[in-house]
Write a protein that binds this ligand. Structure first.
Ligand code: ADP
Length: 250
């Protein structure tokens, strides 16, 4: 499989503080990668670097074969941040309008939706099974519904790569499962490569094909099954923690 991301020898520091050190990994097209690690491990920093939001001095990142610095990957990468920004109940925009923002952003002036854009919005709402919500004010929706709207906005431009940062912490278990099912569908049917930052490794092991455990540098990167069988990882985490990570997908 061709590579969608290649990170080589990446180090990032905030002032004198080294946050990422000699990080190396590659992501193949169609992978579903779970990015895990303790708080402060540098996961968000890594994602910011991948998104081109953070300059870095050491190492290289290439996305779709091009050097990240100076490469405008907008539209090719969808990003869904943590659900911190829930809509105010009085926020007046409809679901269709909010999803349309995912197309507006990459347009040059005049920023106007075409009929092809409206078709894309319609198809995305269908894919995420929220067509019935199209005309509803987004501020009036439940947390799970709003999360689907955010997801719709991040995929409406047809990205090849979707990066999600702990997207489901505020969701109840049922809504959360539905959300993960949806991501799996995007991955397997629409062939979108996924990188998911998560704390819930036990759950995500049922969906993701690969695990990247980051703690300043790459501690483990590979298939879930290899992680679960790795003696080195048993030593690193202890048998008990390894079991907690692995038991959901024996
Ligand atoms: P994670 O997402 O794994 O919790 P982060 O990438 O958010 O980790 O943070 C890694 C480390 O860098 C943490 O110790 C954090 O306090 C520090 N850090 C994050 N952002 C900044 C910043 N803008 N300036 C200084 N330190 C930062």
């Amino acid at each position: 499989m061709p590579k969608i991301i290649s990170v080589q020898n990446l180090s990032v520091n905030y002032g004198a503080y080294l946050v990422l050190e000699a990080v190396n990994f590659e992501v193949a097209v169609g992978d579903y990668l779970a990015l895990v690690g303790p708080n402060g491990a540098g996961k968000t920093t890594l994602v910011k670097a991948l998104l081109g939001l953070l300059p870095y001095q050491t190492g290289t990142i290439s996305i779709l074969g091009e050097d990240r610095q100076g490469f405008n990957a907008w539209g090719k990468i969808g990003y869904l941040p943590q659900r911190a920004a829930a809509f105010n109940p009085l926020f007046p925009a409809t679901v269709s309008e909010v999803v349309g923002l995912g197309l507006i952003a990459e347009k040059k002036f005049p920023k106007r939706l075409t009929s092809a854009d409206r078709e894309k919005i319609k198809q995305t709402l269908e894919l995420l099974e929220i067509s019935d919500l199209a005309g509803r004010p987004v501020g009036k929706l439940s947390g799970g519904q709003q999360q689907r709207v955010f997801l719709a906005r991040s995929i409406v431009a047809g990205p090849e790569l979707l990066i999600l940062d702990e997207p489901s912490t505020a969701l109840d278990p049922q809504t959360r499962n539905n959300f993960f099912d949806l991501l799996k569908k995007l991955n397997s049917e629409s062939k979108v490569t996924i990188i998911l930052i998560t704390h819930d490794v036990g759950q995500v092991g049922r969906y993701a094909s690969r695990l990247l455990y980051l703690d300043k540098t790459v501690i483990f990167y590979g298939k879930f099954s290899d992680f679960c069988e790795s003696g080195d990882m048993s030593k690193y985490f202890g048998d008990y923690s390894q079991h907690l990570i692995c038991h959901q997908h024996d």
